[in-house]
Design a protein around this ligand. Structure first.
Ligand code: DX5
Ligand code: ZN
Length: 253
């Protein structure tokens, strides 16, 4: 079975005056997970949304995994509220968590899938001791804080390194890339081993949201299929998040 590719539209680039409608359009077009960027104005130089917005979206979108990317300093204080609001996956930055192992276990204890994020300047080996306990590793391919930035190619090497480590250690975490994912970068990103593709600008900022999502997912899945054909080593069996019932509700795989 080929690698399962997920498209996670990032609402950061949506029109916040019609957030529910924009998010639904992206999911109808091809988004399989909804990516929600939480920024505190301290860890990153921008402010975005908190648990009430997640809870409102959850009411209108009951059946898709919510991937909450916390770019905040004191994550432990807010994890219970995001879980309560309807988050399914919660990721925290390695750079922002003094007690990372504890924070990841805290996420799990609230019934969510824990993820860890690294900035462009953070090497993969900083994650060596948490890879066993995470559901996903999110590689930032821009410096966090804003949408519509240029893709940083160094992140491709990180995807490859993570895929190698996962194979050699027999681990199961998924690899997610965030920042600058678009039609012209998605092929390289998938070939580097990423399976969850976050895209804000490419989905929401121009043209038709449904069509943008559809084309991006199609491009990613074609690249993954071609890569698997060329190198059977790239084939991987993972659970398909969209089809599993548990992934459509609060407690997700
Ligand atoms: C940036 C955010 C991203 C952002 C991606 O800090 O984490 O999720 O929305 O933006 P694009 O896809 O516009 O590069
Ligand atoms: Zn993000």
């Amino acid at each position: 079975m080929a690698t399962v590719i997920d498209l996670a539209p990032s609402i950061l680039s949506a029109n916040f005056a019609q957030l529910g409608a924009d998010a639904k359009a992206a999911l109808e077009g091809g988004g399989t997970v909804l990516h929600l960027d939480v920024m505190d104005g301290h860890f990153v130089p921008n402010l975005t949304i908190g648990p009430p917005v997640v809870a409102s979206l959850r009411k209108t979108i009951p059946d898709v995994a919510f991937d909450c990317h916390l770019m905040i300093e004191n994550a432990d204080e807010f994890i219970p509220a995001f879980a309560e609001a309807g988050a399914n996956w919660i990721s925290v930055h390695q750079e922002a968590c003094v007690h990372l192992d504890r924070t990841l276990h805290l996420i799990e204890s609230h019934g969510c899938k824990p993820g860890v994020v690294i900035n462009p300047a953070t090497p993969v080996h900083m994650l060596d001791d948490v890879l066993e306990i995470v559901h996903h590793v999110l590689v930032m391919s821009v410096n966090p804080g804003f949408g519509a930035q240029h893709f940083i190619p160094n992140s491709l090497k990180k995807g490859e390194t993570l895929a190698r480590i996962r194979e050699s250690r027999g681990l199961e975490f998924r690899i997610e890339i965030d920042g600058g994912v678009a039609l012209d970068t998605v092929g390289d990103i998938v070939r580097a081993g990423a399976e969850i593709l976050v895209a804000g600008n490419a989905v929401f900022s121009h043209g038709d949201i449904r069509e943008n999502a559809r084309k991006l997912l199609q491009a990613a899945r074609s690249a993954a299929a071609a890569a698997a054909k060329a190198s059977p080593r790239l084939r991987r069996t993972t659970t398909a998040p969209r089809s599993s019932k548990s992934d459509r509700h609060r407690r997700q795989t």
